[in-house]
Design a protein around this ligand. Structure first.
Ligand code: SF4
Length: 138
């Protein structure tokens, strides 16, 4: 199977704070499959490290209030194209990210509160009919 994967889960240091979310469980799960790594935020032209962002009223903003919505959407479109062009049927994504979150995201208050919802990239995958799975559900 061809599987799109949040690049930070594979150990790539593309997380907002310059680190990663390497997951042994994910790496074991995708063994024998073709993996297509994507980081929508980096693909949207954002630097690493970068200020954390949350979705507020449908717009992705940094804590300062500065909108990074255009970069998030540009990167999500590029990541979607990459996984679609590769023929991926499934994507396994990092939890709670404003790009990659599949089930829950932070509520926009930057206080750690979660709400049901999807990140920008996860929502685009769903619209395209590509199944997205939260890495914590492996
Ligand atoms: S955008 Fe997705 S792949 Fe990139 S660091 Fe955030 S969770 Fe990981």
């Amino acid at each position: 199977m061809i599987i799109g994967v949040s690049a930070c889960l594979l150990g790539e240091n593309c997380k907002y704070n310059g680190g990663n979310n390497e997951s042994k469980k994910l790496k074991d799960y995708v063994k024998g499959h073709t993996v297509v790594p994507v980081c929508p935020e980096v693909m949207g032209g954002l630097p690493t490290p970068r200020d954390p962002a949350e979705i507020i009223g449908g717009v992705v903003r940094q804590k300062s209030g500065c909108s990074v919505d255009a970069e998030f959407r540009k990167g999500a479109r590029a990541a979607l194209k990459k996984v679609k062009d590769a023929g991926a049927e499934l994507a396994i994504l990092q939890s709670r990210s404003p790009s990659c979150g599949v089930k829950e995201i932070y509520d926009g208050s930057f206080t750690g509160h979660l709400v049901k919802g999807k990140g920008v990239f996860a929502a685009m995958l769903e619209e395209e009919g590509i199944r997205a799975m939260d890495v914590e559900d492996l």
